[in-house]
Design a protein around this ligand. Structure first.
Ligand SMILES: CC(C)(COP(=O)(O)OP(=O)(O)OC[C@H]1O[C@@H](n2cnc3c(N)ncnc32)[C@H](O)[C@@H]1OP(=O)(O)O)[C@@H](O)C(=O)NCCC(=O)NCCS
Length: 182
């Protein structure tokens, strides 16, 4: 297989990204959204991530976008500012060919370059072996499971929390931050 090109996402990629996510919302349990967001909403979300300086990547095969990944704020309160939550989605036809792994590895590198210290994956559905597998392969540790916190397609769904340190993790203070005496 041709190896994918991993590059920064551009606004022109959003129609394809919207299609990929539409399928994941309609047929999958990785996301707990129930109604697929349209291009306008996906463009708004992209803008929020770009304004925040977060990494947003696509994987392209022969010039065609087949997957994407981004990191965004884990939670809005400011003490969480060095922690990101990641998302990665591929077209179903190209699962298990190493592309998710390459996207996630590059996302980790780009997040480290921006100074983030922890990455959290909130994996929808404890049966999502693909997501748990790719995160494990990228060095994420299993933190635990929130049982039955989602309800989609007529059944309860768990979320699986996974986490990976970025750069020095908690071993050093973030650049420009000082520990207060006492
Ligand atoms: C999760 C997802 C991004 C993984 O991407 P992928 O390209 O299919 O995965 P890769 O081929 O890169 O797999 C890398 C490693 O992850 C593990 N893995 C991937 N799919 C797996 C599966 N179905 N079962 C078990 N392990 C799996 C394996 O260790 C694999 O390495 P190997 O093939 O050498 O054994 C992709 O399957 C996807 O888009 N799924 C639907 C959306 C989703 O769940 N997104 C995650 C939201 S948190």
């Amino acid at each position: 297989m041709t190896s994918p090109e991993i590059r920064a996402a551009a606004a022109a990629d959003l129609p394809t990204i919207t299609e990929i996510y539409d399928h994941a919302v309609r047929y999958g349990t990785a996301t707990f959204e129930l109604i697929p967001p349209d291009l306008t909403e996906m463009t708004r979300r992209f803008g929020v991530l770009m304004d925040g300086g977060f990494p947003y990547l696509v994987a392209a095969l022969d010039g065609r976008v087949v997957g994407y990944a981004y990191a965004g704020a884990y939670r809005p309160r400011p003490a969480y500012r060095f922690t990101v939550e990641n998302s990665v989605y591929l077209q179903p036809a190209i699962h298990r060919r190493g592309i998710g792994l390459q996207l996630l590895q590059r996302l980790i590198t780009e997040s480290e370059q921006r100074g983030y210290r922890q990455m959290i994956a909130v994996v929808g559905d404890s049966a999502n072996a693909g997501s748990i597998g790719v995160h494990t392969k990228c060095g994420f540790q299993m933190i635990g499971t929130h049982p039955d916190v989602g309800f989609k397609f007529g059944r309860w769904l768990d979320t699986v929390m996974m986490q990976r340190a970025l750069g020095d993790g908690g071993a050093t203070l973030p650049a420009g931050e000082m520990k207060l005496p006492g």
